[in-house]
Design a protein around this ligand. Structure first.
Ligand SMILES: NC(=O)c1ccc[n+]([C@@H]2O[C@H](COP(=O)([O-])OP(=O)(O)OC[C@H]3O[C@@H](n4cnc5c(N)ncnc54)[C@H](O)[C@@H]3O)[C@@H](O)[C@H]2O)c1
Ligand SMILES: CC(C)(O)[C@@H](O)C(=O)O
Ligand SMILES: [Mg+2]
Ligand SMILES: [Mg+2]
Length: 335
């Protein structure tokens, strides 16, 4: 078993005299900056002048500066910008102001692993990667718990990178839930695989296709929505708490027999082949090249797919139904 690190293994004091700048105030940025600040660490947020997020970060009680000013004021520079813009911002607004002994921190290894950012040898480079969407990083922290996370050391110029990474993970709240150590390569490749095949891509495709089949067969879209999307969370909660065993225990024998016999026909050997293909494209850098080039031309494919996704009938019926369920936390930008 891998070693897990908890609160007692990490010492926040190593960050006592340091300033951490969090570049970006999106999903991870707003969560990690506020958690670090609430943990007593001196935090500055770095944003573009005129960024819509600037006011929000100030409203949240944080100091905000432009990226170059934030980097100049900091010992530890945490890059929580979209992966596809990080290398450009690094070249223009980070690298010129780095000082020997600084640390650069990532929450995903993409830009290091795929050579988009090549840091100088005299800075620490480490990762603190919460294994969770950013909004839950903040929500769980405020509830007094946290989400599990990974740390990884790419470069230990000062000899302190490991202690810093653990303290940083503690400030973000991850050592409350458990942190384990990995490498930039392992985090990057498994993270990309998980989000493409299972967590985001696989699940979204499964939801949409099962919804489409029910609606095409003449069932009401509202029925199909509850069956294929809404209830998924309730089932996943059981899996999350107690593994597949707890889910199979809780559902009826009918669901258990039907699920165990039909599931492998739906997610089948063809799906396995597609998963291996996705993994190969991640491992050989093809996916990274495609995504980096997509970013360089201002995300035309992503923009168009986001629009198509918003217009999918399950999203339209879902919007109406969720409006009738005010107890759902469906705000997009909730803190
Ligand atoms: N979203 C997640 O839950 C999640 C989970 C784990 C790891 N990560 C990693 O965290 C990092 C950040 O991802 P995110 O999803 O939080 O990003 P995001 O898109 O939600 O937020 C990005 C932030 O950067 C700002 N920004 C964009 N371009 C900028 C520029 N040129 N200069 C300055 N600021 C700019 C945006 O205004 C925004 O505040 C990525 O490395 C990602 O892989 C994200
Ligand atoms: C939250 C995820 C999917 O785990 C993360 O990896 C991301 O890129 O947003
Ligand atoms: Mg992930
Ligand atoms: Mg990811």
């Amino acid at each position: 078993m891998v070693k897990m690190y908890y609160n007692e293994d990490a010492d926040l004091d190593v960050l006592k005299d340091k300033t951490v700048t969090v570049l970006g105030y999106g999903s991870q940025g707003h969560a990690q900056a506020q958690n670090l600040h609430d943990s007593g660490i001196n935090v500055i947020v770095g944003l573009r002048k005129g960024s819509a997020r600037w006011k929000q970060a100030e409203k949240d009680g944080l100091t905000v500066k432009t990226v170059p000013e934030a980097v100049k004021s900091a010992d530890i520079i945490q890059i929580l910008l979209p992966d596809e813009v990080q290398s450009r911002v690094y070249e223009n607004d980070i690298m010129p102001y780095l000082e020997s002994g600084n640390a650069i921190v990532f929450s995903h290894g993409f830009n290091i692993h795929y050579n988009q950012i090549i840091p100088p040898e005299d800075v620490d480079v480490y990762m603190v990667a919460p294994k969770s969407p950013g909004h839950l990083v903040r929500r769980t922290f405020k509830e007094g718990t946290g989400v599990p996370g990974l740390i990884a050391i790419y470069q230990d110029a000062t000899g302190d990178a490991h202690k810093l990474a653990l303290a940083h993970a503690k400030g973000v709240g991850c050592t409350r839930a458990g942190v384990f150590e990995t490498t930039f390569r392992e985090e990057t490749e498994t993270d990309l695989f998980g989000e493409q095949v299972d967590l985001c891509g696989g699940v979204a495709s499964l939801i949409k296709m099962s919804f489409e089949v029910l609606v095409e067969a003449g069932y009401k879209p509202e029925m199909a929505y509850f069956e294929t999307l809404h209830e998924l969370k309730l089932i996943v909660d059981l899996i999350h708490e107690g593994g597949l065993e707890k889910m199979w225990y809780s559902v009826s024998n009918t669901a258990e027999y039907g699920g165990l016999t039909v599931g492998p026909k739906v997610i089948n050997e063809l799906s396995r082949e597609a998963m291996y293909e996705a993994l190969e494209r991640i491992q050989n850098g093809e996916f990274a090249r495609e995504f980096v080039l997509e970013g360089k031309v201002n995300n035309p494919v992503l923009t168009s797919m986001e629009r198509q996704e918003r217009e999918h009938p399950i999203e339209l019926v879902g919007k109406d139904l969720r409006a009738k369920m005010p107890w759902l936390n469906s705000e997009l930008n909730e803190d």
